[in-house]
Design a protein around this ligand. Sequence first.
Ligand code: UDP
Length: 413
Amino acid sequence: MLHRVDLTPMPLEPYRPLIGEESITRLSELSSRLRGARMVHINATPYGGGVSELLRSEVALLLGLGLHVDWLVIAGDTRFFEVTKGIHNALQGGRYTLAHEAQEIYLHNSAANAGRLEGDYDVYIVHDPQPAAIRHFLANAQGRWIWRCHIDTSQPNPEVADFLSPFLQPYDAFIFTMESFVLPSLRRERLRIIPPGIDPLSPKNIGLPADVCERIVAWHGVDRSRPLLLQVSRFDPWKDPLGVLRVYRAVRQAVPGLQLALLGSMAHDDPEGWHLYERIRAEASDDPDIHVGSNLTGISSVEVNAFQHCADVAIQKSIREGFGLVVSETLWKETPIVAGRTGGIVLQVVESASSLLVDPEDEQGFVERVRDILQHREKARKLAREGKEHVRRLFLITRMIEDELAFICELLG
Ligand code: UDP
């Protein structure tokens, strides 16, 4: 049996003041059309990273809408997740050779996971490359199969894309975050572009009293009388945490007393993260103003919320980024963010704040923008307020759910 994540249904009613009457009506109509349909979301991890963050809120809300939906998580050993991380990196354009043995590991685990999938569903939504091949091993399964890709596949490593392609072909439909991410072999009718969104009422994003945020951040060792720079991200080379350390050191020369918080969750499908975490801790060990935190040191959603609320400026130094939920999460707290001009990050930043997007290669650009924000707080806060409104209009999870349900209704005919 695949691991099932059990969630309590989340009613939509508390979202009404945030999303408005019309969204509520559309969501109710769509869900009444899907009542009785059995749906399942399948991914690689119940915690850590954007996909689990999305599913945690989405599945609870779908249950709250009265829909039949399960969330199942595949299993695999360390070698399997090393291979799938390699595939993930290669699809984002990284260097990786998918050796014959690695292909065998991927397929062997995929077959085993397919064998563990019990029950019949009308709609299967399979997230990212880790579980993608199970569809191949369930050739006779009825229902509609959707592959939902969350990563930036605009410049994939061709060998790895070719390896994966035959396992994606049997899907009925595909969802990508941006048009430019669509893998060429999948360009076809049954395709929808749906960017993700944040849950404004989750512990990560709910409005907390300022003094509570202050206490939480101080409790983790931050001196509230001095400025704070923040990056919240998995410890992943694509998020360039070592580059963040360099930017912090350079900005600190102009802004004495600056502190840095690097918060990163560890996911069990990401063995690479553990190595990077240790490396960052070693690099930061001689500077008491660098705070490295993770779920291992008590950083959970509420703490991330408080840090995003209290930071004077956030940075998202991504080199590639499927979407980057953290950008919307940060803007939701009206905190300015300097971010890499890459992938889905670009969607989330309003035109007026586009100067805060920096070419990922341009480290000096990050240094200058972060320093500017710290030296011109009011202007930056104004942009962040506009950013919050942009997120409210376009990047709340209820909009994503609406788009997905509409697509599923179409597929079911
Ligand atoms: N996150 C967290 N704690 C951390 C680091 C990250 O809860 O210490 C969350 C973060 O708030 C966001 C998610 O993990 O909700 C990361 O999603 P994103 O789309 O930014 O990147 P991904 O990890 O999917 O590449």
